[in-house]
Design a protein around this ligand. Structure first.
Ligand code: SAM
Length: 280
């Protein structure tokens, strides 16, 4: 396991994922009933953008760096505000960037619960420090797919699963799809968000087709390209498949994604796509 999110924190892919994560959680909180958030690949929770790792790649500059203090169209700004409020600092002097666990912890309410899995022991310990002692949060140092299998359905019977693996394994798309199917069989009403990279020859077509041909209904597919063709293996965009999405998510994505594609473009091929892999 070589992947370290500290090199990539706050990049365009994090902005895309975390902006949508925020929208989904806000929707689920419209009801007072408690919810569960399960984060299968949690990372360390907080990322110092002035760290050696972040400075070495500088990826955040083309991500959150382009949004902090930006003059956005009012409708886009309104949708991004709850996310951007959680990111301290300015584009010139950014503060610590919140990972998915911290975003959830800051947004969710006293009645909600969160389960985080992080396989890497060192990162798991850092996650404990980022979140502090919190009875709402459970942190597991174990494989996220196994934790998911054991954790569904949650007692709350409503909530969100975020799967955000590092894609170091060649069969990560298959593992993620299998984990989704297993969890969905036990908890078909949960909302599931699965992040994935878009690379030239990256294997995403098979993943989309597999889900389109499968039994799971209501699968919304949101994608953002920041560039068109790059060398094989380079990240040119990313996607989020959302099962049982909030009914407002498609409409919100139609506002957000064009704005993000324009704002985060790194080349002439910046684009977005919104489609349903399966319907009702
Ligand atoms: C892309 S990062 C997660 C970022 C985080 N979700 C966020 O948005 O801030 C992926 C994380 O998964 C961890 N990881 C790798 N394999 C894992 C596994 N099998 N189960 C759980 N975590 C794993 C890595 O150590 C890394 O911290």
């Amino acid at each position: 396991m070589n992947y370290r999110h500290a090199f990539h924190a706050g990049n365009f892919a994090d902005v895309f994922k975390h902006a949508l994560l925020t929208r989904i959680l806000l929707y689920l909180m419209r009801k007072d009933a408690p919810l569960r958030y399960l984060d299968t690949h949690s990372g360390v929770g907080r990322y110092d953008l002035s760290s050696e790792e972040a400075l070495r790649t500088g990826e955040w500059r083309d991500g959150i760096g382009r949004l902090l203090g930006a003059d956005l169209p009012p409708a886009t700004a309104a949708l991004l505000e709850p996310y951007l409020r959680l990111v301290p600092g300015t584009a010139q002097a950014p503060g610590a960037y919140p990972g998915s666990p911290l975003i959830a912890q800051r947004l969710l309410r006293p009645q909600d619960r969160m389960t985080f899995s992080e396989l890497h022991e060192h990162d798991s310990r850092r996650l404990v420090r980022s979140l502090g002692l919190e009875k709402r949060c459970k942190i597991l140092t174990m494989d996220g797919y196994q934790a998911l299998r054991a954790g569904v359905p949650p007692v709350e019977r409503r909530g969100l699963v975020l799967m955000d693996p590092p894609f170091e394994e060649r069969d990560e798309f298959e593992r993620m799809a299998r984990a989704l199917e297993n969890a969905w069989e036990k908890w078909p009403t949960g909302t599931y968000a699965l992040w994935y990279p878009l690379k030239v020859a990256g294997g995403v077509d098979d993943f989309r087709q597999y889900l389109a041909d499968g039994p799971i209904r209501k699968v919304l597919c949101l994608e953002l390209d920041v560039d068109h063709l790059r060398e094989v293996g380079a990240l040119k965009g990313c996607g989020l498949v959302v099962v049982n999405p909030p009914f407002v998510l498609e409409e919100e994505a139609r506002e957000l994604l064009p704005a993000l594609a324009a704002r985060l473009a790194q080349g002439p091929g910046a684009a977005y796509r919104i489609s349903w892999l399966t319907g009702e």
